[in-house]
Design a protein around this ligand. Structure first.
Ligand SMILES: *[C@@H]1O[C@H](CO)[C@@H](O)[C@H](O)[C@H]1NC(C)=O
Ligand SMILES: *[C@@H]1O[C@H](CO)[C@@H](O)[C@H](O)[C@H]1NC(C)=O
Length: 252
């Protein structure tokens, strides 16, 4: 054959590196992306006409103007979800649910927490998004006297009328009894879409539902941090690191 062992090793190492790089490129980055769900765009991009509370994401969004408008309606066509299932939800509470909807629909920075959903209406969901302490606590504070009959709003409703009604046997009572602590609200209401954290806004370690867009979107850096340091870091770069010494040695 005429190829030395060293030359063979070099070829294999280079092939391995190429394969690792291609795998890495083929895998969709978790940064700056939109999840595969009911109303999300396929790719994020500028949206000049986002409505009201969703306007924070206008420079780069996964939602359309239509979705942002609908996010502010009671009983919107998005999910037919009825906030007023135990009487009218006060506006100061509802604003947090609108903001939660804006973040969910519009944010291109939730990639590190996307998980398979396997439900009829969406293929992907978010799981354990580390919500900033302030965002969770203000949400709870403004909603503690609002009324609901359920802890998990993702399932267990009576949908026979086309919208969610309290299931028979459930009781309408203040949020503060259904969700005794802020963490109970943020984590349980959407079946662990959010995780309560003690991280603060502006620290780069938690996702903000509310922010001042004049200073840019703080969640860009947070997603980057967790993409690089999270438990589910992509395996492709690690393969490159393992193969690199072999490739270098073989060139000696
Ligand atoms: C958004 O689009 C849907 C579906 O095309 C439509 O039914 C709805 O009226 C639109 N909403 C607004 C606020 O334009
Ligand atoms: C669901 O609601 C309908 C009325 O809209 C009622 O007839 C039915 O008994 C309810 N079912 C349950 C399981 O609560």
């Amino acid at each position: 054959f005429g190829l030395s062992v060293r030359e063979m090793a070099a070829r294999w190492a280079v092939l391995g590196l190429l394969a690792a790089c291609m795998t890495s490129a083929a895998k969709k980055s978790v940064l700056n992306m939109c999840m595969d769900a009911k109303h999300h765009k396929t790719e994020p991009g500028p949206e000049g006409a986002l409505h009201d509370q969703c306007v924070l994401w206008k420079d780069n969004a996964c939602c359309t103007a239509n979705t942002s408008m609908e996010a502010h309606q009671d009983q919107s066509y998005l999910y037919n979800f009825n906030w007023n299932h135990c009487g009218v939800m006060p506006d100061k509470c509802k604003q947090h649910f609108i903001q939660d909807t804006c973040l969910y629909e519009c944010s291109p920075n939730l990639g590190p927490w996307i998980d398979q959903a396997d439900t009829s209406w969406r293929r992907e969901r978010i799981l354990n998004v580390p919500l900033c302490k302030e965002d969770c606590e203000l949400w709870w504070e403004d909603c503690k006297d609002a009324i609901t009959c359920k802890e998990n709003w993702h399932k267990g409703w009576n949908w026979t009328s086309g919208t969610n009604r309290c299931p028979r046997g459930s009781i309408c009572q203040p949020f503060k009894y259904v969700f005794p602590r802020p963490a109970d609200l943020c984590e349980k209401i959407w079946s662990n879409s959010y995780k309560y954290t003690t991280e603060h806004r502006g620290g780069g370690r938690c996702i903000q539902m509310w922010f001042d867009p004049a200073n840019g979107n703080p969640n860009v850096a947070v997603a980057k941090y967790y993409a690089q340091n999270g438990r589910d870091a992509s395996p492709a770069p690690r393969a490159v690191l393992l193969l690199l010494p072999a490739a270098l040695l073989s060139l000696l």
